[in-house]
Design a protein around this ligand. Sequence first.
Ligand code: FES
Ligand SMILES: [Fe+2]
Length: 419
Amino acid sequence: MPVIPIKTHRELLDSRQPGCGMPGELFGRQDVFETDMDVFFHKLWILVAVTADVPEPGDVYAIDIGKASILIVRDDDENVRAYRNICRHRGSRLMKNAGKASVGMLVCPYHQWTYDLDGSLRHTSHMGKEFDANCRSLIPVHIKVVGAHIFVCLADEAPEDFSKLETAMTPRFAPHDMQRTKIAYEMEIIENGNWKLVMENNRECYHCGATHPELTQSFLAHDFGFCPDGQSEAALHDYEQYLAHNATRKEEWEKDGYLCELFESLDESVETNFRSQRLVIAGAGESQTMDTKVASTKLLGNLQRRDLGDVHMWGHHSWTHVMSDHAVVATAIPIAPDKTRVRTVWLVHEDAIEGVDYDLQTLTEVWVATTQQDAELVGNTHSGTQDPGYVPGPFSQYTEGELEQFARWYDARLKAHGV
Ligand code: FES
Ligand SMILES: [Fe+2]
């Protein structure tokens, strides 16, 4: 039997035709997955939680990122901190399972070393006079809070270009006062696909018209993309009207102080990959709901206007939509080459009351349905890419340009880390 040499990760990257999808092995191979975890989830800034996950002092949220586990903690001074979920004695997890708890101190379940919420080791027994507790504090993790978004970086040195995201997003989120929100609902789904397919799917709306009847209620006709080739005069005119409508809305918002302009940091040189824009919503123009009106009559922050569109932001493993009345924040954390945990939270004003200010079904139905539909699409595609007969096909330059950018960025980041 001839031995077929296994391609290296670099050879697989180099084998991608420009303008086409990635080879299937980049989605399915265990070694590729492990390198992806190391580079894209342990070295770059990642979005792991929202401030409403830890609303009160003593609240702790444990999150697994591959082999790493981190604790997001609200300390007694209401600061949000992040630590490695590792006891400084013999390495036990302080919180065994991912999830939330409310504690006075962090007590290791093994020999009860006890840590303050600021990470300092407060109590041990049987360690003797020579033992210096000061050098056994919990290991801190880089953390940044932007709006309601809690980002962490597990690398020793965090990428500095995160400052671009901070600078761009802080004023965009500010009118929505995202830290004065609470979680109205959260949903976790395990998608049967590689994380890169989850993100490719999120970055294009080529599929939206045929697959997302709920989400597209709030979309304008040409939000799915427009290919001018072979179009009638009337269709081209219609597209111009669409562009003019968007421009007018944005001008009005900008005049009132709401930032709208497209901001993107996606090219091969950046470490922190993200994009943001205030998008126009169809119909009543208010929210991503079935009737395009607000789901919560208690608007975010001190907003008075309902028709503020959708401040969207996506990064290399997350997507966010912020409307006047609520926000939807989703993160995709890989758990295996073919398994990705997608967590979605719905944020409303912290004083909004279910049944009075909002109806939960109305608030959540669009993105619950959309997430389930996307999971199905991603699982189906992952399966196809693992078929020995799979040959990557071309992206549409009119609707899938950001997939090509993502593929190039993915390649460049790996190259920068020696792959
Ligand atoms: S491992 Fe934590 S107290 Fe021993
Ligand atoms: Fe989708």
